[in-house]
Design a binder for this molecule. Structure first.
Ligand SMILES: [Zn+2]
Length: 209
């Protein structure tokens, strides 16, 4: 029997929203990136904003990306991506939490996410499965939420896997914490199969991020 390797990529769905009082709706609303940048060139300086739009009406709000940056200092390729409203760049800035903080933006709810990568149950020929968890964007997700979702188990069953040393390199205490970056762990598939834990019917339980 060989050992298997798998990468699970945590990828948020849609954009991180921000929340603020919409002057047009006259109540607090969520604002999402409109998918466009605004670039303003003045003499030799540039301003770049990510445009956000009220979820309900057309009111827009600008998030500063660059303010009065010297034109020559901006990477020409990035400049082009701003001009052409590159959606990957919009997404990247939508998850730039330090930038949102600098703009004093109040965050809306964290978006749901998917975990790309094969199910651990696809590795029947492996004894140990080496799992690497990676994040497409810098979102913080509770470790237990990732594990229950990808293992199709409930919290109590995941704890059982840790206690029975089927899930290695992780402690019961640790699964309550939020993961923010790359993390590796191992799953002993032989032990897992020997425990014969019934899978939960729902493969995508409600997620607490
Ligand atoms: Zn509005």
């Amino acid at each position: 029997m060989t050992n298997g390797h798998v990468t699970w990529l945590v990828s948020p769905l849609g954009y991180q929203s921000i929340t603020k009082r919409c002057p047009s709706c006259e109540v607090k609303k969520l604002f999402f990136p409109a998918g466009t940048f605004r670039v303003n060139a003045q003499k030799k300086t540039l301003d770049v904003w990510n445009i956000y739009k009220c979820e309900k009406c057309d009111y827009t709000w600008n998030i500063d990306i660059f303010s009065r940056v010297k034109t020559g200092k901006l990477d020409p390729e990035l400049h082009q991506r701003f001009i052409h409203n590159d959606l990957e760049e919009v997404r990247r800035y939508a998850y730039d939490y330090p930038l949102l903080k600098r703009n004093q933006a109040e965050l809306g709810p964290l978006p749901d996410y998917e975990i790309k990568g094969p199910s651990p149950y696809a590795f029947n020929d492996s004894r140990i499965l080496h799992i690497t968890i990676e994040f497409e964007q810098a979102i913080a997700v509770r470790f237990i939420s990732l594990l229950t979702r990808k293992l199709c188990l409930n919290r109590r069953q995941v704890v059982q896997l840790i206690e029975q040393r089927a899930l290695l390199d992780v402690t019961v205490l640790e699964i309550n914490r939020k993961l923010k970056g790359r993390r590796s762990l191992r799953l002993d598939l032989q032990r897992l199969h020997a425990l014969d834990i019934p899978l939960t019917t729902s493969s995508a339980p409600a997620v607490t991020i």
